[in-house]
Design a protein around this ligand. Structure first.
Ligand SMILES: NC(=O)c1ccc[n+]([C@@H]2O[C@H](COP(=O)([O-])OP(=O)(O)OC[C@H]3O[C@@H](n4cnc5c(N)ncnc54)[C@H](O)[C@@H]3O)[C@@H](O)[C@H]2O)c1
Length: 399
């Protein structure tokens, strides 16, 4: 089997996806990494030495890494606003890309990445790891079995307890870097809504606000814009309640509540509601069909279930007519989805399998998030979501 030479751009939190792939015995080696932050670069070098007794080559400039290292693939796990430039550079140099979500922070940027992959006949996969989770796959399987009839509505509520730590203490807080947390965080759920509905949004509107974090004390201005705060530095269950937090990012202008309504091409009516300051943490989807309703209680944690109601009752019933119990994945990163999606990337490179996550899906999630944010910032007006160019719609990015 051909040895695969992989690289990482952006070595901090998500850069560790490379570590999952690195398996010299299986012929997959992460030979190089690139990061503009000296501390992160050194920490990656040290990690590979300590964990794998491996001398990884480290670069400050990702372009130098791509030009020198003859890579078969690269994990682009840098902040969202870097994705377009870095993915296009790798693709133009014929290096296959695993690109973290969101695909890009503009619709034009997203389209440019897809077009560059096609023109250079180079493989592209996007890190929509929710397509690899047990509960989303189970919901999709139930829908496809016909158990709830024809799907007519999908509603998702998203409670984020760690919003302050993960999104309002660093670059995520500033819309210049992300456009909106509808892309940064919501791209996952918009993609899952589209995937469950087997369609995508044509029209969107929304409301939202910066309700809590905008009022909190911020760190002093003038510190380096792109400083990398590692999650372990800032993530603590003691950071509660939200209104008592300090040391927030200097430029906070993204909303901490986002609510969008979506009309899908096949007539499904959907909505997504995201809040960044809840005490608890989960995603709650309900799917309503012509013969029943599905809802997940909990997602990847202990005791998570999917409930299916398919008999009429005229009062509240906590337990569905059928209960599907999900495996406990509370100790696995992202409910066990990360090892699966990384395996998907390696198998795509080897031509063994086609990823569950698609660049077209990632693009439609970005386009819906961009237009949803635009609506929120313009009084909730309904906006059309631009379609993907016809030649990209059916292009297969994994061969
Ligand atoms: N799929 C998921 O579940 C998931 C979860 C978290 C984050 N993400 C995505 O992963 C990406 C990275 O997120 P993170 O939380 O690891 O961010 P982070 O800020 O913790 O890490 C980003 C790293 O990129 C480096 N970097 C910044 N600019 C760079 C440049 N120009 N060239 C090279 N390196 C650069 C930083 O120094 C840092 O080491 C984001 O796009 C985010 O949306 C995905």
């Amino acid at each position: 089997m051909k040895k695969l030479r992989l690289g990482i751009i952006g070595t901090c939190n998500r850069g560790k996806l490379g570590d999952i792939a690195h398996n010299a015995a299986n012929g997959v080696e992460v030979v190089a990494c690139a990061d503009i932050n000296d501390m992160q670069r050194q920490s990656c070098i040290d990690r590979y030495k300590k964990e794998y007794n491996y001398d990884i080559h480290a670069y400050c400039d990702y372009r130098e890494m791509i030009e020198k290292e003859h890579l078969d693939g690269v994990f682009v796990t840098s902040p969202d606003f870097c994705h377009e430039e870095q993915a296009c550079f790798a693709l133009k140099n014929k290096v296959a890309v695993y690109l973290e979500k969101p695909l890009a922070i503009t619709i034009e940027g997203a389209d440019k990445i897809l077009r560059t992959a096609k023109e250079n006949k180079t493989k592209l996969m996007v890190g929509h790891n929710m397509r690899y989770m047990d509960f989303t796959n189970k919901m999709r399987e139930i829908i496809q079995s016909g158990a709830i009839g024809e799907v007519k509505a999908i509603w998702c509520r998203h409670f984020i307890s760690y919003g302050g730590d993960a999104y309002f203490r660093d670059w995520h807080a500033d819309r210049q870097n992300t456009t909106s947390l509808l892309l940064q965080k919501g791209a996952h759920d918009i993609d899952i809504i589209h995937w469950l509905a087997d369609s995508s949004t044509v029209r969107v509107n929304g409301f939202g606000s910066l309700s809590v974090y905008g009022n909190l004390p911020r760190r002093e201005k003038g510190r380096e814009k792109l400083e990398c705060l590692t999650i372990k530095d800032i993530w603590s269950k003691n950071n509660w309640p939200p209104e008592e937090q300090t040391e927030m990012y200097p430029n906070i202008n993204n909303e901490d509540i986002n609510m969008i309504n979506m009309q899908l091409a096949n007539g499904v009516q959907a909505c997504y509601q995201q809040c960044h300051f809840t005490p608890d943490c989960s995603r709650n989807y309900t799917v309503i069909g012509t013969k029943g309703r599905l809802e997940n209680y909990g997602d990847c944690g202990v005791g998570a279930t999917i409930q299916l109601w398919n008999r009429r009752t005229d009062t509240f019933v906590l337990e569905g007519d059928v209960t599907y119990r999900m495996p406990d994945r509370s100790n696995d990163m992202h409910g066990g989805a990360d090892p699966l999606i990384v395996r998907g990337f390696v198998e795509m490179l080897r031509g063994i399998s086609t990823p569950a996550s698609t660049p077209q899906g990632a693009r439609m999630a970005v386009a819906t998030g961009v237009k949803g944010a635009e609506s929120i910032r313009n009084g909730g007006i309904p906006l059309e979501v631009p379609e993907l160019d016809e030649d990209l719609k059916n292009y297969v990015f994994s061969i």
